[in-house]
Design a protein around this ligand. Structure first.
Ligand code: ATP
Length: 201
C-alpha cells in the first residue's frame, strides 16, 4: 500500500484535510483516534496506564481522566516517555492492521507527532499542513477555549514549523479560509493517485 503520512502542528487542519481526502477515496487511519480507542472506557491499555501512573489519572468511575494525564506528562518528560512507551507500540500495530485491511488506492495516516516518533519511515510521502503560529493559536482558542499561553506552550513543545516544512514532500497551506483548501486537496489527491499507480507496492 502506498502510504502518505499527514502531519502538522496542533490545530493546523489535519483532520479537516484527512476527512476531505477520505471523501475523495483515500483510506484514512488517524493515530489520535487509535489512541482514544485504546484508552476508552474498558480500553485495553487502561491497566498499564493505571499501573504506571496510579489512580490520580482516573476518574472515580474508572474512566481515564485525560486532562489530568495530559497535565502530568506535559510537565514531566519522564512520565511522557513512559506513556509513549505504553501507547506507541499498540498504536503502531493497530495502524498497520488497519492499513492492511484498506482497499483504497492509497492510505493516509494522520500522525500529529510524526517526526517526534520517527514514523515517517513508514511513509512513501510526507504531507505537511502548514499555518503560521498566530493562526494555530486563534483556531485552537476558538475550538478548545484554551488560553493563549497554554496553546503557545503546546506549539513550543512540537516540531518547529521550519523543520516540519523542511522535511515535507508536499505542503498544503491552510492559512486562508476553508475554500482555499479544496483546489489544493484535489491537486494533491490526483498526485497521489498518479504516484501510487507508478509505485511498485
Ligand atoms: P489537532 O492537532 O488539534 O487535532 P488538526 O490539525 O486536526 O488539530 P483541525 O481539527 O482539522 O486541525 O482544525 C482545527 C480547527 O480549525 C477546527 O476547529 C477546524 O474546524 C478549524 N479550521 C480548519 N481549517 C480552517 C480554515 N481554513 N479556516 C478556518 N478554520 C479552520
Amino acid at each position: 500500500m502506498f502510504i502518505v503520512a499527514l502531519t502538522g502542528g496542533i490545530g493546523s487542519g489535519k483532520t479537516t484535510i484527512a476527512d476531505r481526502l477520505a471523501e475523495l477515496g483515500a483510506g484514512v487511519v488517524d493515530t489520535d483516534q487509535l489512541s482514544r480507542e485504546l484508552t476508552a472506557d474498558g480500553g485495553p491499555m487502561l491497566p498499564a496506564i493505571r499501573e504506571a501512573f496510579g489512580g490520580t489519572v482516573f476518574q472515580p468511575d474508572g474512566r481515564l481522566d485525560r486532562s489530568a494525564l495530559r497535565r502530568l506528562v506535559f510537565d514531566d518528560p519522564q512520565s511522557r516517555a513512559r506513556l509513549e512507551s505504553i501507547l506507541h507500540p499498540p498504536i503502531r500495530q493497530r495502524m498497520l492492521e488497519r492499513i492492511d485491511r484498506l482497499d483504497t488506492p492509497y492510505a493516509v495516516i494522520v500522525v500529529p507527532l510524526l517526526f517526534e516518533t520517527g514514523q515517517q519511515s513508514l511513509a512513501d510521502r510526507v504531507l505537511v499542513v502548514d499555518v503560521p503560529e498566530s493562526v494555530q493559536i486563534e483556531r485552537v482558542r476558538k475550538r478548545n477555549g484554551l488560553t493563549v499561553p497554554e496553546i503557545e506552550r503546546i506549539v513550543a513543545s512540537q516540531t518547529p514549523r521550519e523543520e516540519r516544512l523542511a522535511r515535507a514532500d508536499d505542503i498544503i497551506d491552510n492559512s486562508g479560509p476553508p475554500e482555499n483548501l479544496e483546489s489544493q486537496i484535489q491537486r494533491i489527491h490526483r498526485r497521489y493517485l498518479d504516484l501510487c499507480q507508478a509505485s511498485p507496492h
